[in-house]
Write a new protein. Structure first.
Length: 252
C-alpha cells in the first residue's frame, strides 16, 4: 500500500496488482485496509471468490490476489521450502496486463525473477528487494541490463538505455546514510519465529503495539524507532542495539 500512496500523492493514474500467499495475513491486515478504497478488487483464487470496494473514478485501481499457503519460513523448515507456489509465480504472466514495473519482494524470488524476465515488455523494469543475498543472483543473468542500487535494491531491464532512463535522476543525487533492520534474524537465533510471541513480551515491558504494528516491525524496516521499543527488544532478546540496527549507505 505504501507504493500506491506514493503514486496517488503524485496524482498519477495506476493499476496495481499485488500477490499474497499467506491467507491469514491477507485477511487480517490487507483486506480490511483495502476494501474501503475505491476501485479495489480482492481475489481469492482457491475459493473462486471476489470482493470489491466501492466504485471510483478508475484512476487508482488495486487488485490483490490471495492463495492459502499460510506463513512460510523456508530458512527454518524444509516443508516450507518445498511449498507449491507455482500459481503464485506464474499468475502475472497469465493476466492480460502489461507491466511498467515489477517488484519482487516475497517468496520464490529467484523463480519470480526468471518468470518476470520472460513476460516483461521493452519498457518494463524489475526491482528486487534484499538483493544482497547471493542465492538470488543466478536469476539476474536473465536480464540484458541490470544494476545494484545501494546494498539492498537491484533493478533489471531489457536494455541499458531503458535502465539508464529510469535511474537518470537518481544518478545525480547523493546517497544517504540509513540502516538495516535485523530483528527477524536476531529473533530466529533465539528460536522465536512469529510475532505472536513478541507482542505479549513487549506489552509486559510497557510497549503497547497492535498486532499489525508488531507484524510490520517483524517483516519490514521501521521508519521511526522509539527508544523505549529498542530497550524492550534488547531486553527480550538479550541483545544490544547494534545487533538490531546496522548502518548502511542507501541510494536516494
Amino acid at each position: 500500500m505504501s507504493y500506491t500512496q506514493i503514486l496517488a500523492a503524485h496524482d498519477l493514474a495506476f493499476q496495481w496488482l499485488a500477490l499474497e500467499y499467506d491467507r491469514e495475513y491477507f485477511d487480517t491486515f490487507l483486506a480490511p485496509a483495502l476494501l474501503y478504497r475505491a476501485d479495489t478488487v480482492l481475489r481469492y483464487v482457491e475459493d473462486d471468490r471476489i470482493l470489491r470496494g466501492p466504485a471510483g473514478e478508475g484512476r487508482a485501481r488495486i487488485e490483490a490476489v490471495c492463495w492459502n499457503r499460510t506463513a512460510l519460513r523456508p530458512s527454518e523448515r524444509s516443508a516450507d521450502r518445498e511449498a507449491d507456489l507455482d500459481d503464485y509465480v506464474s499468475y502475472p504472466a497469465a493476466t492480460s496486463h502489461e507491466f511498467d514495473a515489477i517488484i519482487v519482494d516475497g517468496r520464490k524470488r529467484r523463480r519470480c525473477l526468471i518468470a518476470a524476465a520472460d513476460f516483461m515488455e521493452a519498457n518494463t523494469v524489475v526491482m528486487l528487494h534484499d538483493a544482497r543475498h547471493p542465492y538470488y543472483h543466478c536469476a539476474m543473468d536473465r536480464y540484458p541490463a541490470a544494476r545494484f542500487i545501494g546494498d539492498d535494491m537491484w533493478v533489471g531491464a531489457r536494455s541499458t538505455a531503458r535502465l539508464n532512463e529510469v535511474l537518470a535522476e537518481r544518478a545525480t543525487m547523493t546517497p544517504s546514510l540509513g540502516y538495516r533492520w535485523h530483528l527477524r534474524g536476531v529473533m530466529a537465533k533465539r528460536e522465536m519465529f512469529t510475532t505472536a510471541e513478541l507482542g505479549p513480551l513487549l506489552a509486559e515491558r510497557g510497549v503497547m503495539l497492535s498486532r499489525e504494528q508488531v507484524h510490520r516491525l517483524f517483516t519490514g524496516v521501521p521508519e521511526r524507532l522509539n527508544p523505549n521499543l529498542l530497550v524492550a527488544l534488547c531486553d527480550i532478546l538479550d541483545c544490544q542495539v547494534g545487533d538490531l540496527i546496522k548502518p548502511a549507505r542507501q541510494a536516494p
